[in-house]
Every structure is written in structure tokens, then in C-alpha cells.
Design a protein around this ligand. Structure first.
Ligand SMILES: Nc1ncnc2c1ncn2[C@@H]1O[C@H](COP(=O)(O)OP(=O)(O)OP(=O)(O)O)[C@@H](O)[C@H]1O
Length: 516
């Protein structure tokens, strides 16, 4: 029995908070009965502390210098701590205090439109955040009984994804590809497209450079979506501990909204940096390294995060959390450790191919290697009619394209198929920051698959797509209603779309007017 056992939780909390305040205000410190430890080692991002025999795993500790840390390793007489602030501020022999709390972050609507760090502190110039409450960053994933099937689509606004590898609300879909293949652009466009829906977005940047995060913020501001987004940034210049906790903190913020029945999209950009931060911390804490020097629990670190996403039942709010984790590959190696882990945790992947990037085919989605395991059930029925055809047309085209490369003489049918495939592939191109509505996507894809673009070159297909999009918006209110009602496309609807596109493209048949 120790004297500490006589202090109730409440007494401790009151005293401790008063003491913490006195550190910043300079007021006479209130005496507090607490347990203290001493720093015995400190390295970049971690510290070893002795003496806090009662500290618990994941407990938040405060160093005398004001830096916070989380208990990661519990060993007799030695605690391995992840630092959430600069390690240069900590010196050997410094006193460390228990808080009896786990790391918590602010939650609530006040965070929308804000740029914050991994602890929920403002990083913009809009002043303090008036949060509703603080919730712990670690939470148990909802049980199977509290989940329902994924049944509603999450529109990304990108033809190549919505038509061929659709994502559902509550799904975990990986965006995977080499450097500079357009992973972040897909994430940004998906967030921008939520201007057409009620989905809230959280962009969690892990280990990104400041200018990359600024680019995302600017795009959201320009697209008038920032007010419905939270941008969290744990930069590569900050403590690796902050990069490690950022995705959990973002998930906690998303859980608050989903418990209120809202749909939330969370983007983790990117998980490779997250895994690297955790590896760095684990190696510094001398945990045994495993494959590629990652610690043995790296799979669990990612699985326990992504398990918290899903479509939830009415008893826990009925909201959903959709996640798009981003992971970087090297030389297209999908079988590296972290990519394979994440592929097996998620419900599908959008693979971005460097070969398509070289052909300037953006978004560079490789339809052969991409898959959506649950999204097709949630796909809008109107668009579903096109998607099967699209994949078949493209895969036949790619086969023929390889064959045609040998310079063999081709018959007319094969040549026509090549022209169709090439037009359809070009029609899948889409500029950045230009997400399309389901109606526009439908009209463009049907026009391409009906051969209306076959005779055009690349530039003309771009112009043709613009004309078809505009015409669809103005003239196809009936089809728009079909999409809203989630009805299958009938033959008459199909004819209506083709006629509308043909009429819009007839402008190319008219002789140029003589302007003297
Ligand atoms: N749809 C698009 N149309 C034209 N260019 C695009 C498109 N999408 C992306 N790009 C260009 O590709 C480049 C890489 O894009 P982005 O930064 O999104 O890739 P990334 O894979 O996230 O890169 P990193 O590996 O650095 O994180 C950028 O220059 C961007 O402008």
C-alpha cells in the first residue's frame, strides 16, 4: 500500500491540471502528490524513462520541459517513450510525470475548415478551436453486429474509378502507385467531388512536405470544400511520434461525426511514411526488427486503424467512415512488405501505373490490377450497365494493341476495334480538379463506347467530351432522375443519350463559316 493509493482519480486530476497551468502562467505551483520518473536516455523522437513503475501502456506522460510523450514499451524499471515534441528540449535526468490519461484530441464541428496538427492544435491563423469534447485517439473497432453492408456509392467524380472500380461509403480502398503517379490528385479530386454530396472529409497528411499540404489546402479552398474538410498535417520536420499518432487522431475525429449519423471520408496520405515513422521509433527503442526492419506488430498497427472504418448500423449512429489510404510503391513492386499488408487489410486497391503516366494517361488507373471488392454492390445501377462493357472493351483493346505492335497486317474489323479501344481509353482521361457528375460520366462513356469518338484524334476527343458533358447537363434531366432513383438504364434511355451526344457532336460536321 502506497501513499499514492489514497489519492482519488478526481483529486489527482484537479491537482495535476492546476499544476500544469502553473507551469505556463508562472503562478505559485499547487502541491501535487504524483509519481515521477527520470529520463535516462534520449534520442531523436524517443526517450527511455526509469522509475514510473505504475505507468500504463499508451499513457500520456509530461516531461518537466513541457514535452509530451506516450508509453510504448513497458519493461521492468524501463519505459520506452515516443515523444510528441522536439527531443532537443529534453535532457538527461529530467523529471517525467504521469497523467493517468491516454492521448486525446478535440472533436466536433468546430474543427471543420481548420488546419490542425496531430494533437488537434490549430496550425492556421483562425485562432483557438472551440471543440465539443476530447476523445482518446485509440478506440475499439465497432463489432460485426454494429455494422451493415456497404450499400451506397461514394462518387469520386473520376470516370475511370466510378465506372470501373466503384467505391462504396464505408469501404477501405487503397490508392497505390509509385512516386508522382497522381495518388494525391485522386484524393483531392475525390474530396472536391463531395461538394455534390453531404460527405465530410478529413485529409491526414503524414510525413508530407509543407508545400504539398499547402497545395491540397489551396485546391480545397478553390473548390469551396475547405469548410467541410479537416486538414491534419504531421510534417516530416516534426517529431516522428506525431506522424505515428496522426492517423489514429484523424480516425477519432471521423468517429465523432459518424456517431452523429454523418458520412465521413478519411484520406491517409501516406501510409508508407506512417510505417517508416513507426519503424524509426521502434528501432530507436531497440525493438527486434523483422522483415525490411519493420517491427513485428506493423500489420496490427495498420489493421487496428483501418478496422475502425465501415458502414455502421443505426444503433451506433448509422453513419459511415470511408478510408482511402495512400501507399507508395518502389518500381511498381506491389509485393513489398507494407503494400501487401495494406492490400490484404483493405477492400480493394486503385493501382496507378507509371507506364500510363509516361503515356500522359491521367488518372493513371490500371484497370487490370485495380479491384474494388465491395464497391460494385454499392454502385449506382445506372452506371453499372456501362462498367462491365467498359472493362471488356479495354482489356480486348490492350490485348490487340500488344499484338498489333508486331506490325502484322490487320483486317478491317481488328482496325476498327483498335480505334474504338483507343478512343475509349482517351475518353477515360480527366484533368485534375475537374470531377464529373454521374450524368456527365455516363454520357461521355456511352458516347465513346458507341463509337462516336472513333474518328477523332486526342485533342478532338477532349473537345468532344466537353460538348457531350454540356449537352447532357442541359438536355438529359430524365437520365439525371434515373441516377437519383438508382434505376437501371433502359434501351430508350440509352438511345436518348446517344442521340443527345450525336447532336452535340454534329458541330464537327458543319463546314467552317467563312469569316471575311
Ligand atoms: N489528372 C491529371 N491530369 C494531369 N496531370 C496530373 C493529373 N493527376 C496528377 N497529375 C500530375 O502528376 C504529378 C504527380 O501528381 P501527385 O502529386 O498527385 O502524385 P503523387 O503520386 O501523390 O506524388 P508523390 O509521390 O510525390 O506523393 C503532378 O505534377 C500532377 O500535376
Amino acid at each position: 500500500m502506497s501513499v499514492l493509493d489514497d489519492v482519488t482519480e478526481q483529486q489527482f486530476e484537479q491537482n495535476f491540471n492546476a499544476w500544469l497551468d502553473s507551469l505556463s502562467t508562472g503562478a505559485t505551483p499547487t502541491p501535487v502528490l504524483t509519481e515521477t520518473g527520470t529520463v535516462t536516455e534520449v534520442a531523436d523522437g524517443v526517450a527511455i524513462v526509469s522509475g514510473l513503475a505504475r505507468a500504463l501502456a499508451d499513457e500520456l506522460l509530461v516531461f518537466a520541459s513541457g514535452v509530451h510523450g506516450i508509453v510504448l514499451d513497458l519493461e521492468p524499471g524501463r519505459l520506452g517513450i515516443i515523444l510528441l515534441g522536439p527531443s532537443e528540449q529534453i535532457h538527461l535526468g529530467e523529471t517525467v510525470y504521469r497523467t493517468r490519461k491516454v492521448v486525446s484530441v478535440p472533436v466536433g464541428s468546430a474543427l471543420l475548415g481548420r488546419v490542425i496538427d496531430a494533437m488537434g492544435r490549430p496550425r492556421d491563423t483562425l485562432g483557438p478551436i472551440d471543440a465539443i469534447a476530447e476523445h482518446p485517439i485509440e478506440a475499439e473497432a465497432p463489432s460485426i453486429l454494429n455494422r451493415t453492408q456497404i450499400f451506397r456509392p461514394l462518387a469520386t467524380g473520376l470516370k475511370a474509378i466510378d465506372a470501373a472500380i466503384p467505391v462504396g461509403l464505408g469501404q477501405r480502398e487503397l490508392i497505390i502507385g509509385d512516386r508522382q503517379t497522381g495518388k494525391t490528385s485522386i484524393a483531392i479530386d475525390t474530396m472536391l467531388n463531395q461538394a455534390r454530396s453531404d460527405v465530410l472529409c478529413i485529409y491526414c497528411a503524414v510525413g508530407q512536405r509543407g508545400d504539398a499540404v499547402a497545395r491540397v489546402i489551396r485546391a480545397l479552398k478553390d473548390g469551396e470544400m475547405l469548410q467541410r474538410c479537416i486538414v491534419m498535417s504531421a510534417g516530416d520536420e516534426e517529431a516522428p511520434g506525431l506522424s505515428y499518432i496522426a492517423p489514429y487522431a484523424a480516425m477519432t475525429m471521423a468517429e465523432y461525426f459518424s456517431a452523429q449519423g454523418q458520412d465521413v471520408l478519411v484520406i491517409f496520405d501516406d501510409m508508407t511514411h506512417h510505417a517508416r515513422s513507426y519503424r524509426e521509433l521502434s528501432l530507436l527503442l531497440r525493438r527486434p526488427p523483422g522483415r525490411e526492419a519493420f517491427p513485428g506488430d506493423i500489420f496490427y498497427v495498420h489493421a487496428r486503424l483501418l478496422e475502425r472504418a465501415g458502414q455502421f448500423g443505426a444503433d451506433i449512429g448509422g453513419g459511415s467512415i470511408t478510408t482511402l489510404p495512400v501507399v507508395e510503391t518502389q518500381a511498381g513492386n506491389l509485393s513489398a512488405y507494407i503494400p501487401t499488408n495494406l492490400i490484404s487489410i483493405t477492400d480493394g486497391q486503385i493501382y496507378l501505373s507509371p507506364q500510363l503516366v509516361r503515356k500522359n494517361q491521367f488518372p493513371a488507373v490500371d484497370l487490370g490490377l485495380s479491384v474494388s471488392r465491395v464497391g460494385s454492390k454499392a454502385q449506382n445501377r445506372t452506371l453499372r450497365g456501362v462498367s462491365g462493357n467498359l472493362r471488356v472493351t479495354l482489356s480486348q483493346f490492350e490485348e490487340l494493341e500488344d499484338f498489333a505492335r508486331f506490325g502484322t497486317r490487320l483486317d478491317d474489323v481488328t482496325r476498327a476495334r483498335l480505334a474504338r479501344g483507343s478512343a475509349v481509353r482517351t475518353a477515360l482521361r480527366q484533368a485534375e480538379r475537374d470531377p464529373m457528375s454521374a450524368l456527365e460520366q455516363l454520357a461521355v462513356l456511352i458516347a465513346a463506347m458507341e463509337g462516336l469518338f472513333d474518328q477523332f484524334n486526342e485533342q478532338k476527343i477532349n473537345d468532344a467530351m466537353r460538348l457531350v458533358r454540356d449537352a447532357a447537363q442541359q438536355q438529359l434531366a430524365v437520365i439525371e432522375q434515373r441516377i437519383i432513383d438508382n434505376q437501371t438504364l433502359q434501351d430508350d434511355d440509352h438511345t436518348l443519350i446517344v442521340n443527345c451526344a450525336q447532336k452535340a457532336l454534329s458541330i464537327f460536321d458543319q463546314p467552317a463559316t467563312n469569316t471575311k
